[in-house]
Design a protein around this ligand. Structure first.
Ligand SMILES: *[C@@H]1O[C@H](CO)[C@@H](O)[C@H](O)[C@H]1NC(C)=O
Ligand SMILES: *[C@@H]1O[C@H](CO)[C@@H](O)[C@H](O)[C@H]1NC(C)=O
Ligand SMILES: *[C@@H]1O[C@H](CO)[C@@H](O)[C@H](O)[C@H]1NC(C)=O
Ligand SMILES: *[C@@H]1O[C@H](CO)[C@@H](O)[C@H](O)[C@H]1NC(C)=O
Length: 711
């Protein structure tokens, strides 16, 4: 569980040193061949997350305690087909839940157990997920019993929660509402796959960098044996910190999770020959095991998952802080275990009573690492001395681990949802008094063409015009939304606050807000969030866009709230990848993403961003002209005075596009859409409105699938 106490070294090798050798032998395998069969499965196709049925009413009616009771009975009913360690499936369920959730990464919000893509490749064949097919198999009768009321995602997490609880551990609550994906496509960027190579490449497997979450392809976090399997705890500690932070975990959460997780269960590595072929290689009998003989081959005491062997505590089916006590009580000596991997055994400290018995437990390099870092060591001491502190830290960190990918509190269902947590970025309720939005719209329309002292105006034909800046502000506010983890968006108007206000792409947005401030002040109950969106809509409608829908009721985040973790849209060297990946992360269709590129642009704002100008000096009208200019001209790379790479129309003065605009022309799928928009302006206006309205309202959650702006 550090998490990969369960990684399979044989498979690790497949992915590293021996990749070519093994690839040549296997008909099915990870790595290039699979990649080639699935060329750009996500990035070339329309960005679509295929979902299975989701019946919100059924989920609301689900008796969660009844499911828990069924799970508890199942945990202690050991089956011959897969005998339970210590007569209890709890630890196996915790590992499954953790590995389902632990794929979450902050960089683009991908991963996590919402979608339950652990059932599909690539995740199901990950080295860290060895034998989790057996765990899901054990849950199948319960899945059948509750049907659509209990998604696989909810069931997997609830099984982990219930396992912790049934062994005496603390649980904060349960946020139901995970919607199952119909395939594993949304996990392709987690790798290994061609999508991952484009979106998040890893040059040295074992030292993979952000935006990847894990250090090692097909593990959840880091190699528990140590970086690149070198059993050096001092090298391991900084890697643990780095990788857990990419998964949104700080030091106390990290230590509580590692030690809390390792309070339960054991590692498995009965022999050095590995677990056998994975589900992709042998779907009819995945991971049959290679240790032992006869009917118990690969099972029970012959199980192979991570290749390490042994428990961390003397009672692996009871919640306590013994793990931390053990870490401190003994010195630890490295040896090679029966699975052929470095692991650590206890030895008596010099000042110990030589008559003391040594318990039959082990530690991994990543466990011993917690003693080698001064901050981690203090936390180990705290949790060894104070069970209550561990209970609090672990229950909160666990809830965050399994819920972080589900977005705000308002997406949670069920009667066991704990109060909003900091990671859910809770907003205050919107003001009770609703302003007269028609009157606000009128005031904004007037402000479009009246000089404001807050910002030297963008003259168009010698007259003031703020429309392009209002639209830009609304877009910058709303386009931080990610459908991958339901974070960001304009609700809360966090573009006013750090860190977003300081993002380079938001330069001068504070001044545009100042232009709008008199309107905010003259309408009690009007929030910045509503005002920003309405100003964008109003500017676009003034510019002849059609079908802008406004749905009020947003609230503003308190300006003294602790900084919320949001990340700007990712920038790629390859602008084709950028356009597609950003669209997918935002939840836009490719048509919508292409249409939105034609948004009215302020030439002065383009200059503030470091470009020489825009493709038109008349941004007062939204039209398909953008695509005509894009397709009908030849473009050359130039560098602006401020050092930005931009594209200049050949033979035209002052006509500029950005490289990501040109990506529309370079990509055949996008170019086809652009051509259609040139010849059919209705198609353009429709796609533009669809994308714009989607982005403005994407964060108005009402349950996992609903939106308060859609009837
Ligand atoms: C880590 O985050 C948790 C939850 O926000 C917080 O309670 C805790 O104090 C943080 N720990 C550190 C070391 O910052
Ligand atoms: C596994 O080994 C332990 C310790 O030797 C033993 O107590 C237990 O009965 C064995 N379990 C099985 C299923 O053989
Ligand atoms: C143990 O930790 C809890 C929770 O942080 C705290 O309230 C309590 O005072 C601590 N107990 C001791 C003895 O330090
Ligand atoms: C122009 O810039 C694009 C985008 O960075 C780059 O891919 C391309 O190679 C450049 N072309 C030339 C001729 O420099």
């Amino acid at each position: 569980m550090t998490v990969a106490s369960f990684l399979a070294p044989a498979l690790l090798l497949v992915l590293t040193a021996q990749a070519l050798h093994v690839a040549a032998k296997c008909p099915f395998h990870f790595g290039r061949a699979r990649v080639d069969e699935n060329v750009g499965a996500v990035l070339q196709a329309e960005p679509r997350r295929m979902l299975l049925t989701f019946d919100e009413a059924a989920v609301q009616k689900l008796d969660i305690n009844a499911v828990k009771a069924d799970l508890k009975a199942l945990f202690v009913d050991s089956q011959e087909s897969w005998p339970a360690d210590f007569g209890h499936y709890g630890p196996l369920m915790i590992r499954m839940a953790w590995h389902c959730a632990g794929s979450y990464r902050l960089s683009d919000g991908r991963g996590g157990c919402d979608g339950a893509r652990q059932r599909f490749d690539p995740e199901r064949s990950w080295a860290d997920n060895v034998n989790l097919d057996k765990a899901r198999g054990l849950l199948w009768p319960i899945k059948q019993k509750y049907g659509d009321a209990l998604s696989w995602g909810d069931l997997i997490i609830l099984a982990g929660d219930t396992a912790i609880e049934s062994m005496g551990g603390p649980i904060l609550g349960f946020c139901a509402g995970r919607i199952d994906d119909a395939d594993g496509a949304a996990s392709l960027p987690l790798g290994p796959s061609l999508d991952q190579e484009m979106v998040a490449p890893c040059s040295v497997n074992g030292e993979c960098e952000a935006p990847l979450g894990a250090s090692t392809m097909s593990l959840i976090y880091v190699n528990p044996e140590g970086p690149l399997a070198v059993p050096d705890p001092e090298l391991s500690a900084p890697q643990i910190r780095e990788v857990f932070s990419r998964m949104a975990m700080n030091d106390s959460e990290t230590v509580a999770l590692i030690g809390g997780g390792h309070a339960f269960g054991k590692t498995h590595g009965a022999c050095p020959t590995g677990p056998g072929p994975n589900p992709m290689q042998q779907p009819w009998n995945p991971w049959p095991g290679t240790c032992g003989e006869g009917p118990m081959k690969g099972k029970g005491n012959n199980t192979f998952t991570s290749g390490f062997e042994g428990p961390w505590t003397t009672n692996p089916i009871r919640w306590d802080n013994e793990y931390f006590v053990n870490l401190l009580k003994y010195d630890w000596k490295v040896y090679v275990g029966p699975g052929g991997h470095h692991q650590w055994e206890p030895v008596l400290k010099e000042d110990a009573d030589p008559e003391d018995d040594l318990p039959d437990i082990i530690m991994l390099t990543t466990d011993v690492a917690l003693l080698k870092d001064p901050i981690y060591l203090e936390l180990v001491k705290l949790f060894a001395a104070n069970q209550t502190a561990l209970d609090i830290a672990f229950s909160h960190a666990w809830y965050k681990l399994v819920t972080r990918d589900m977005g705000p509190y308002s997406r949670c269902l069920g009667d066991q949802v704990p109060p909003p947590q900091p990671f859910q970025a809770p907003l205050p309720p919107p003001p009770a008094k609703i302003p007269d939005y028609k009157a606000v719209t009128k005031a904004i329309t007037k402000a479009l063409r009246v000089i404001s002292p807050a910002l030297p105006y963008d003259p168009v034909n010698g007259k003031p015009y703020y429309g392009a800046l209002f639209a830009t502000l609304a877009w910058q506010c709303a386009s931080s939304f990610r459908q991958t983890d339901y974070t960001g968006g304009c609700n809360g108007a966090r573009i006013r606050l750090a860190p977003q206000k300081d993002w380079p792409q938001n330069v001068a947005m504070d001044k545009v807000l100042k232009v709008l401030e008199p309107i905010k002040d003259s309408f009690p109950g009007l929030t910045y969030a509503d005002l920003i969106v309405l100003a964008g809509n109003t500017a676009l409608t003034d510019a002849k866009a059609k079908g802008m829908r406004f749905c009020g009721g947003r609230s503003d985040a308190d300006s003294d709230e602790p900084p919320v973790t949001v990340t700007p849209q990712r920038v790629f060297n390859d602008k084709l990848v950028q356009l597609k990946d950003n669209a997918i992360v935002m939840g836009l269709t490719f048509r919508e993403a292409v249409a939105l590129k034609a948004m009215i642009r302020s030439p002065s704002q383009q200059q503030r961003l470091g470009y020489s100008g825009s493709w038109t000096d008349n941004p007062t009208r939204l039209s398909n002209e953008f695509f005509k200019v894009l397709l009908d001209n030849d473009w050359v790379n130039v560098t602006s005075a401020a050092g930005q790479l931009e594209m200049k129309a050949v033979g035209k003065e002052g006509v500029y596009m950005m490289p990501c605009d040109l990506a529309i022309k370079w990509d055949p799928v996008f170019a086809a859409i652009a051509q259609e928009f040139v010849t059919d302006s209705t198609a353009f206006y429709t796609a533009f409105a669809s994308g714009w309205n989607k982005m403005m309202n994407a964060d108005r959650f009402k349950g996992p699938a609903g939106n308060e702006c859609k009837s």
